[in-house]
Design a protein around this ligand. Structure first.
Ligand SMILES: Cc1cc2nc3c(=O)[nH]c(=O)nc-3n(C[C@H](O)[C@H](O)[C@H](O)COP(=O)(O)O)c2cc1C
Length: 203
């Protein structure tokens, strides 16, 4: 049975002040199939500025920042609903209106029959390089969405990565690996499955 969903809270007015996360922070949340938060760890609660009881039962868009393009979440949902993991650079909005940047590994949870039971988001603070690369790109996408709509933004999004002969997921993986990281097993060779499990030993 799924949780009753809390009514959507009025989002705070964004404040142009970043919350700098500790580099060792791992922010975890678990949702049902609809994206309703069922569990979040202390680091997630702390950075969001909300209390646990406010988060549990709320839609995950409680931390949605208006600077985030809709196309990123559409692509993310398309991937996870077809049981594919995805990592994404996300700007989140805290209760205070301040923001924090994370790299999130979205993991699909399945029962023994292969039915999707929910999703897990595992987050690490995004590197400055990843943030600096995403700011102008996301800004363009948000502008396109405002002016023309989601379809145009999806086309631009696809074209951006097609022109570089890559896709969003691989591009972000390369950004993470660029910052001198090796996998938990000491290699830089990409493995199948959860990227974070391989890179950080997190699952
Ligand atoms: C496991 C999981 C974690 C998520 N984490 C975030 C998050 O950290 N920030 C966020 O804005 N949306 C997150 N989402 C996506 C939200 O559910 C939602 O699609 C997004 O905020 C867009 O909201 P909107 O459709 O109201 O614009 C997550 C979804 C799932 C399934």
């Amino acid at each position: 049975m799924s949780l009753e969903r809390k009514p959507k809270v009025t989002p705070p007015k964004p404040v142009d002040r970043e919350i700098i996360l500790d580099k060792d922070d791992v922010l975890i949340s678990i949702t049902d199939k609809r994206g309703v938060i069922e569990y979040c760890n202390e680091a997630f609660v702390e950075s969001s500025g909300y209390e646990e009881f406010e988060l549990v039962g709320a839609g995950h868009n409680i931390v949605r920042h208006p600077d985030m393009p809709r196309v990123i979440f559409k692509m993310m949902w398309d991937r996870i609903q077809s049981k594919k993991n995805i990592i994404a650079v996300v700007k989140n909005l805290a209760k205070t209106g301040r923001y924090y940047w994370v790299i999130t590994d979205f993991v699909v949870k399945e029962d023994s029959k292969g039915n999707i039971t929910g999703y897990k988001g595992i987050r690490k603070p995004a590197s400055r390089k990843a943030i600096d690369e995403m700011i102008p790109f996301y800004k363009k996408l948000v502008e396109i969405e405002k002016e023309t709509g989601l379809e145009a933004s999806e086309k631009f999004f696809k074209g951006f990565f097609d022109s570089k002969d890559t896709d969003y997921n691989s591009y972000i993986e390369d950004l993470v690996l660029d910052s001198d990281m090796v996998g938990a097993d000491g290699t830089r060779e990409k493995k199948k499955g959860s990227f974070f499990k391989w890179v950080f030993g997190l699952e």
